[in-house]
Design a protein around this ligand. Structure first.
Ligand SMILES: Nc1ncnc2c1ncn2[C@@H]1O[C@H](COP(=O)(O)OP(=O)(O)O[C@H]2O[C@H](CO)[C@@H](O)[C@H](O)[C@H]2O)[C@@H](O)[C@H]1O
Length: 639
């Protein structure tokens, strides 16, 4: 057996080791079983670079040469080493570990169950097998460390969901220091003291790495002076930062080095990892793997998946900046992009540019979007923002996986930001939340008046123009309306002006404020999302979980997640969807919702309860990501 090839690993210092991905039987069983393991046995693999199967007693007896190792962990669950395990020790260990294994139904596994052999990915009882991977998320933002929108929510939750299923997960993101209290989010991260030189922008850039192990995930923060300035991750009060291409090029280079150089818990992630790169900021990673590393034999067995949260942002810069990216000249074609004539700004403009997102689309092993509907939309001329033809050409590896939500942060029964907790079984607290919100906003306290909310970036995407157009008519109805958002200064000024015009009915809260977003979600009756396009949308999911009924434009993830109210098929309905994207159709949907709220309490409560009891956890999405990851490893690297 090739397993013996791994023997020398035992003698290397831990920092030079990388953990190959183990396989582990049974989905539900695995979750608790793996989490409970303080130490477990490993049966080294049949192939030197293949997965490393956890030992089961059957296989051990089958092959006496198999090396049985006990894995030793410290108090934080990190590997601190292996030790050879005598047979008797193994028996003891398995007994102890199994006694701790509780199924979701509360039953205890017997050692016999654990010892069942696996057959082609399915154990003898037909339970699912999870192939455990080393997964590296690369993202410009991850909650709670940094957040401007939904990308942060996803990259703050999905890694934890995948880690809970047994994968080894690292998130690489910048260590933003803005000079505000938000910087305290990084307080628990320690400097790994691994200064690393990166070659880009015609020089050597040195980055540092900070690390925090939390909720089973290695959170790795890239430290560089360019991430330390007032504002948010992308800009400040003067607009978008001019050096974002530089900053996110650094992030990508650093992310490629992290699995090779960082001994997290004593072991690097190694070369056989899966990079999950999010949006344009991380899009250089698949190109770097193909153009910079693989020609030198590094990352030959790594794979990459591009996750598109928003195709409207592509990271486009003048073509001349290509030479700064640390890529060989012959790879220009991967990023090269030519604007159509109508989009050129002056007579001498040749339209030539580099496009980061395009680079990932043509080099990643697979592409995922954050809902099924959006995965189709981006292959159309209307939704692809110029990349639809390329995406269509890669349709066979393009999937949509609808986001989950963090059901711990967004839970009306224990939300610390809201005035009164409530649940689907006892909705009375929601009325309290509404009264408290009205008081806080200085609106007339009217529990029976339908209250509409909006939360989001003040951006064309979110349909602010439609709200602006409809506002005079909407304000004629007996409603209250509260908006929370920041972004385009024109929209911010409009919100302030609207508040002055409709003092008794409208409030516009300009800014980014998480506690207020929870209060609005809990206190309102209706959440309005007239997004022009919406790759997934999270606010409608939060709203439904809080018994707040979404009224949404029928697009992307909104179409996938909100089911239009129909009195004859109420059992399916969770809100209102409207199309086309016009003021008239939005107002019609709102009128219908308001009428139902006023006159059909029973239907309204049904809508609330259905939304509140749906499953929004990340488990479902994480399982689908696992499947796509497995497909990525089934095929050879795309380039
Ligand atoms: N002013 C404010 N104060 C406090 N909180 C605020 C806020 N404005 C927005 N938020 C919060 O930011 C998040 C925004 O979520 P969205 O789904 O609207 O994401 P966004 O469009 O940024 O991201 C993209 O990525 C996500 C994730 O994949 C997709 O769901 C989405 O369709 C896509 O456009 C929510 O948690 C919301 O509560």
């Amino acid at each position: 057996m090739d397993s013996l090839k791994l023997l020398p690993l035992l003698h290397y210092p831990p920092s030079s080791l990388s953990l190959p991905p183990p396989t582990f039987p049974s989905l539900l069983k695995t979750k608790t079983r793996y989490a409970n393991f303080r130490s477990f046995s490993a049966n080294l693999p049949a192939a030197a670079d293949g997965p490393f199967a956890f030992d089961d007693q059957t296989s051990r007896h089958k092959d006496d040469r198999a090396l049985v190792l006990a894995r030793e962990t410290d108090d934080f669950g990190y590997l601190v080493g292996f030790r050879l395990l005598p047979d008797s020790g193994l028996e003891e260990l398995m007994k102890v570990s199994h006694a701790e294994d509780i199924t979701e139904e509360g039953s205890v596994f017997s050692s016999d169950e654990v010892g069942k052999p696996e057959i082609d990915g399915i154990d003898a009882e037909g339970a699912e097998t999870i192939v455990l991977r080393s997964i590296v998320f690369v993202t410009a933002e991850a909650a709670p460390y940094s957040k401007t929108g939904g990308l942060a929510d996803v990259c703050g939750s999905l890694p934890i969901a995948l880690a809970a299923r047994g994968h080894r997960v690292m998130v690489v993101t910048p260590r933003y220091i803005h000079g505000t209290s938000e910087d305290l989010m990084f307080a628990a991260a320690v400097d790994l003291d691994r200064p690393t030189k990166l070659f880009c922008f015609e020089g050597v850039q040195e980055v540092g790495f900070y690390h925090e192990f939390r909720e089973g995930v290695d959170w790795v923060f890239v430290d560089h002076p360019s991430f330390q300035r007032p504002g948010n991750p992308y800009g400040d009060k003067f607009g978008t930062f001019g050096d974002n291409q530089f900053r996110f090029t650094l992030l990508c280079h650093a992310a490629c080095e992290a699995p090779l150089v960082l001994p997290l818990g004593g072991f690097t992630y190694g070369e056989n990892c899966l990079f999950l790169v999010n949006d344009w900021h991380a899009s250089l990673v698949p190109v770097l793997l193909a153009a910079k590393y693989r020609p030198h034999g590094v990352y030959k067995d790594a794979r990459s998946i591009l996750v598109i949260h928003n195709i409207a942002h592509q990271g486009v810069e003048p073509a001349i900046t290509y030479s700064n990216l640390g890529l060989p000249p012959e790879w220009y074609g991967a990023l090269g992009w030519v604007f159509p004539t109508w989009a050129r700004t002056h007579a001498l403009d040749t339209g030539e540019a580099v496009n980061f997102l395009k680079g990932a689309i043509v080099t990643a092993d697979r592409i995922v979007t954050v809902s099924k509907g959006y995965s189709w939309e981006i292959t159309t001329g209307e939704g692809g923002c110029g990349l639809h033809e390329l995406l269509s050409s890669r349709k066979s590896i393009l999937n949509g996986i609808t986001n989950g939500i963090d059901v711990t942060e967004w839970d009306p029964s224990c939300d610390k930001y809201i005035a009164c907790n409530y649940s689907a079984d006892d909705l009375s607290g929601k009325a309290e939340c509404k009264i408290s919100l009205q008081k806080e906003l200085g609106l007339p306290v009217r529990p029976d008046c339908p209250m509409i909310g909006f939360i989001g970036r003040l951006d064309y995407q979110k349909g602010i123009d439609l709200i602006r157009l409809a506002m005079p008519e909407l304000m004629e109805a007996d409603v209250q309306f509260v908006m929370l958002g920041s972004g385009n200064p024109v929209y911010e000024d409009w919100m302030r002006a609207t508040e002055s015009a409709y003092k008794d009915k409208y409030r516009g809260w300009v800014g980014f404020n998480v506690p207020i977003s929870h209060k609005i979600t809990a206190g309102c009756d209706i959440l309005l999302m007239p997004s022009a396009f919406e790759p997934c949308g999270l606010n409608q999911l939060y709203a439904m979980r809080y018994g707040t009924i979404p009224v949404v434009h029928e697009t992307g993830g909104l179409r996938d997640t909100v089911h239009n109210f129909n009195p004859y098929t109420e059992a399916e309905s969770t809100g209102w969807t409207f199309s086309p994207l016009t003021k008239e159709s939005m107002l019609a949907a709102l009128r219908y919702a308001i009428q139902t709220y006023n006159d059909h309490k029973c239907s309204w409560e049904g809508l609330m309860r259905r939304g509140m009891t749906k499953d929004y956890t990340w488990v479902n999405a994480a399982t689908q990501y696992e499947e796509v990851i497995n497909w990525a490893f089934t095929d050879p690297p795309y380039c």
